[in-house]
Design a binder for this molecule. Structure first.
Ligand SMILES: *Cc1c(COP(=O)(O)O)cnc(C)c1O
Length: 352
């Protein structure tokens, strides 16, 4: 096995579909080769245990739990903190609400979407939604998301998070943070992740996005909740065996990859500036982190046609919502890639 070979992406086409395309680093492969492993479904896996403890400590929580995906981590966080017939209240464009509907169908709970701005829920609407009585159900959980994927990688202000957490605490409602890209939020704020996760009871962290691990997520929070979560993970089939191999790569990711994420943020800004400097009918959002959305609704092409045309010009993107594209910068994105991406937009614009 030649580890560095698999640690790179092909340089062409430039792939900005997602930060999930990141490959494990050579150091991750080395750690995987040397990682002590066991059976996490039998009597434990030492590398998984090390990852769970490391992430919990990093996020200022009592316990961590290695999960196969962030989707399952969010589902387990909900199930571990709710009873049938209750509701989950969350921002109306959040990933858990819009993209984890399938998971929601397994919960026997009602999900209430609250309108927000840049991913932050309107606090009056939130306060209204968590009142019980009448048609309203008891609220089991309030969930936040930072960075906020659909809002374009925006970072929740800490005073907003504090206000939401306080509202939960006053009413005895647990608060969960979908922190799939938590480390990007921490990089943008220039703070350790624990300064963000102070304002939540439980948090999920995706390992396979900017942190570059091959798979997985960690759910962290209080021991009482995590004990239930461990049982639920087994019920869902999420208990894995020699998963220390994956945990070892993830451990390298959480220890070393957070500090470099601000490079991705600089390149996202460079992409946005480059696209906006082209003029014409398309407009890029101003990124706070590594996600740029490009509005193409004023052109004669649909966003799916844009994706195909850009791909032919050497750039991979994804259609987003009705009239947008999404580009995400990551460890394999170079300055030259950004220039090539802007050139691809210029080429498609010139052809229409
Ligand atoms: C990607 C993502 C998830 C799901 O992560 P998976 O590990 O792919 O299941 C959850 N929430 C947000 C905000 C995400 O961006």
């Amino acid at each position: 096995m030649n580890a560095p070979l698999y640690s790179q992406l092909p340089s062409h086409p430039v792939d900005l579909r997602s930060d999930t395309v990141t490959r494990p680093t050579p150091a991750m492969y080395e750690r995987m080769l040397e990682a002590p492993i066991g059976d996490d479904g039998l009597d434990g896996d030492p590398s998984v245990a090390e990852l769970e403890q490391d992430v919990a400590a990093r996020l200022g929580k009592e316990c961590g739990l290695f999960m196969p995906s962030c989707t399952m981590a969010n589902l387990v966080a909900v199930l571990a903190q709710s009873n049938r017939g209750e509701q989950v209240v969350l921002e109306g464009t959040s990933h858990m609400y819009t993209s984890e509907r399938g998971a929601a169908t397994f919960t026997n709970l009602f999900y209430v979407g609250v309108p927000g701005q840049d991913g932050a829920m309107d606090l009056n609407r939130l306060a209204d939604s968590v009142q019980s009585g009448g048609h309203k159900l008891p609220t089991a959980l309030i969930a936040m998301e930072t960075t906020h994927n659909n809002a374009g990688g925006t970072v929740l202000p800490l005073d907003h998070m504090q206000a939401v957490h306080a509202m939960g605490q006053e009413r005895g409602i647990a608060v969960h943070l979908d922190g799939a890209r938590l480390f990007n939020a921490a990089a943008a704020l220039g703070l350790p992740p624990a300064e963000i996760t102070r304002h939540t009871d439980t948090v999920s962290l995706c390992l396979s996005k900017g942190l570059s691990a091959p798979v997985g997520a960690v759910l962290a929070g209080p021991r009482s909740v995590l004990d239930r979560a461990r049982t639920l993970r087994r019920m869902l089939g999420g208990t894995q065996r020699q998963s220390g191999l994956m945990a070892a790569a993830a451990l390298e990711g959480v220890r070393t990859m957070g500090d470099r994420l601000s490079e991705d943020h600089v390149r996202a800004r460079r992409l946005s500036d480059g696209i906006n400097a082209l003029g014409g009918p398309i407009r890029a959002t101003s990124p706070q982190t590594n996600i740029v959305q490009i509005e193409v609704g004023a052109t004669k092409m649909s966003n799916k046609e844009w994706v195909a045309a850009l791909e032919a010009a050497g750039l991979r993107t994804r259609p987003w919502a009705n009239t947008r594209l999404r580009c995400v910068t990551h460890r394999h994105t170079t300055d030259a890639d950004i220039d090539a991406a802007v050139a691809a937009f210029r080429q498609v614009l010139a052809s229409i």
